[in-house]
Ligand binder design. Structure first.
Ligand code: CAA
Length: 257
């Protein structure tokens, strides 16, 4: 499939998506969101792909939702639009998604990075939710995911007063996995994705589902869901292979079954 606003390629076992609207700093218009979802779903269905990386340019991962596209929209246009559907579709992807960020990660761009499972940040990355400057608030999960990541006081400052977070600050708050030089952040993200892609695929998928439950439920219910998913891993051939390989002192051969 060919796209207008993104580039896609498979590197090893990793599906790489590059947001590609450099003149608009990768602003997320409806075309980008539709193509992004289509590409993620294509990689989701491809058995050769075990993990995905979303990246942008060195100057901007993404500078937010497209303000030029949004300016003339009414509340009802926004309500009826497919913008929110795209975010829900990304949440349904079962394989791990890593954001490889650099430069501006703003508004919907920040929300997209937060929706990913992990973030490898180039050292120039600046996270922010500057919607307040436009007379709006974040609309793709920013008030919720950012607050869970950095706590209420700082989230309020970021959302109400356009406070930006540097890559190092984001690392200190556990928002990102690591901070890497601009030359290496994409390679680092691809290496992390490849390493995950080489592990038992069903267990990776269930592990992602279980961790995400921590954001949806209380401790007792979350631990219950985890227990059930843990039990489910015992129905896989990979579980038998993994334990046998350990005991026989050899590398496991994962089959995704
Ligand atoms: N939407 C549409 N176009 C955008 C854009 C956006 N979010 N961000 C940047 N662009 C465009 C600019 O209009 C400009 O285009 P032209 O050359 O045609 O004028 C081009 O990208 C380059 O931008 P700048 O000249 O502004 O570049 P800069 O280096 O001086 O500044 C910046 C960079 C600080 C990121 C600045 O562009 C900026 O503040 N962008 C807007 C950020 C923003 O407000 N994001 C939130 C959007 S709302 C949202 O995301 C809602 C939600 O929760 C879903």
């Amino acid at each position: 499939m060919s796209y207008e606003t993104i580039l896609t390629e498979i590197k090893g076992n990793v599906g790489l998506i590059t947001l590609n609207r450099p003149k608009a700093l990768n602003a997320l218009n409806s075309r980008v969101m539709t193509e992004l979802v289509a590409a993620l779903q294509q990689f989701e269905a491809d058995e050769a792909v075990g993990a995905m990386v979303i990246t942008g340019s060195v100057k901007a991962f993404a500078a937010g939702a497209d303000i030029k596209e949004m300016r003339d929209k009414t509340a009802v246009d926004m309500l009826k639009g497919s913008f929110v559907d795209a975010w829900d579709s990304i949440m349904q992807i079962s394989k791990p998604i890593i954001a490889a960020t650099s430069g501006w990660v703003l508004g919907g761009g920040c929300e997209l990075a937060l929706l990913c499972d992990m973030i490898v940040a180039g050292e120039t990355t600046k996270f922010g939710q500057p919607e307040i400057n436009l007379g709006i608030i974040p609309g793709a999960g920013g008030t919720q995911r950012l607050t869970r990541a950095v706590g209420k006081a700082l989230a309020m400052e970021i959302i109400l007063n356009d406070r930006k977070l540097s890559a190092k600050e984001a690392l200190a708050f556990g928002l990102v996995n690591c901070v890497v030089s601009v030359e290496h952040y994409l390679d680092e993200a691809l290496a992390l994705a490849q390493s995950i892609a080489e592990r038992a695929p069903v267990a990776v998928r269930l592990g992602k589902e279980a961790v995400n439950q921590a954001f949806e439920t209380g401790l007792t219910q979350g631990a219950y869901v985890e227990r059930r998913l843990f039990h489910l891993t015992f129905a896989t051939e990979d579980r038998t292979e993994g334990m046998s390989a350990f005991i026989e002192k050899r590398p496991a051969q994962w089959r995704g079954k």
